[in-house]
Design a binder for this molecule. Structure first.
Ligand SMILES: [Mn+2]
Length: 361
């Protein structure tokens, strides 16, 4: 079980609190102060590692090393950023990192139309409504993400990414889904050998939501496309992060089946487990992790991880804001801590019943 942490300058939650969550083993983190596309310096990586390990937590997973827009766009300038990415992987491998999460979403990272929708019990949560998106320009949406962020820089929403939004949108006009696959393939063929040499498994995160937005292509969206991605480079280092709240926002994506399929293939390296309530196609909000609070079958999701003998990191994903907590949207302490303990409760029960079945035999 692991917990995402944004670093001591960016995250209001101290490691001293994270290590008090029952069963918490590892912290998933990143160097968010390094501009996208630049090399992560060894010294800064080791400092992050020291901080995490000083709290008795493991440092083996990075989320995320973001991919420069020029790589996604396939621009001539991409090779410099790819070389930097390879060096970052070597540095991370030297520091003992085993899993690196990344995404390949054009222009925007994850999207919500409301970062604090009030629920019946008085808590608030992040929500998405396709109808609201249809009535917004990309600039307006961007503005609402910034305004609702409680003053935090949201992960994937670093301001430098949007200096040239109009230009980036114009460039994507010429990029079809097939083209984007091609650019991902080019990137993977260049970085996977460096990942292999460094003992790192790459884990691509699904697009959130898993469908095209504002006419931008999105490809990490379905079982078929995930299959196409793992086949771009035939290496265990070319793998997946399965995020149940992202992929699962499309009811056609059967999460337990997808976990089993890629798990058995040896390409599943990271689990983001969270629940969402889908009101109707394209309209959903994030709920507590508990099974009956949302639409995703959390028991079957954890059972799938358990049945494939998953040994990699799993983390609770976004949580609601509860008990008056005011924090980074989706990344408060309390609801995610409850989620971590709930997921472990499911897991423990599966372990015990597997043991007792073993004894009966
Ligand atoms: Mn996720």
């Amino acid at each position: 079980m692991s917990f995402r942490w944004f670093g001591k300058n960016e995250d209001p939650i101290p490691l001293a609190h994270i290590c008090q969550i029952p069963g918490m083993k590892a912290v998933v983190s990143a160097l968010s102060e390094i501009p996208v596309g630049e090399v992560w310096p060894m010294e800064a990586i080791l400092e992050l590692k020291r901080d995490i390990e000083a709290h008795g937590l493991l440092f083996h997973t990075i989320e995320s090393v973001n991919v420069h827009e020029d790589i996604k766009l396939g621009l001539a300038t991409r090779d410099r950023y790819i070389e930097n990415y390879r060096q970052t992987l070597r540095n991370l491998g030297t520091a003992g990192v085993k899993v690196v999460c990344y995404n390949f979403m054009p222009a925007f990272d994850w999207l919500r139309t409301d970062l604090a929708q009030t629920l019946e019990d008085g808590s608030n949560t992040m929500a998405y409504d396709e109808n609201v998106i249809l009535g917004l320009t990309p600039e307006k949406l961007m503005q609402s993400m910034y305004e609702g962020s409680n003053g935090f820089e949201l992960a994937g929403w670093e301001k430098e990414r949007f200096g040239e939004l109009e230009k980036v949108f114009a460039l994507y006009k010429a990029i079809s889904e097939d083209k984007l696959f091609e650019h991902l393939g080019y990137f993977l063929r260049a970085i996977i050998p460096a990942a292999e040499e460094s003992g790192i498994k790459m884990a691509i995160h699904p697009d959130d939501p898993p469908w095209p937005v504002f006419g931008l292509p999105r490809i990490v969206t379905s079982k078929e496309n995930l299959e196409r991605i793992v086949r771009l480079v035939d290496s265990p280092s070319n793998g997946l992060a399965i995020c149940t709240g992202s992929l699962g926002a499309n009811p056609k994506n059967h999460m337990p089946e997808i976990i089993r399929y890629f798990g058995k293939m040896g390409r599943l390296h990271f689990g983001h487990v969270r629940n969402i309530k889908i009101d109707r196609q394209g309209v959903f909000y994030e709920t507590s992790h508990k099974d009956d609070c949302g639409t995703i079958d959390m028991y079957e999701v954890m059972k799938a991880f358990h049945d494939i003998g998953f040994k990699g990191p799993i983390r609770p994903d976004h949580g609601r804001m509860i008990w008056g907590e005011a924090g980074r949207p989706g990344y408060g302490l309390y609801d995610r801590a409850l989620g971590a303990v709930y997921l472990q409760g499911l897991w423990d029960a599966m372990e015990r019943s597997a043991d007792s079945q073993e004894m009966k035999r």
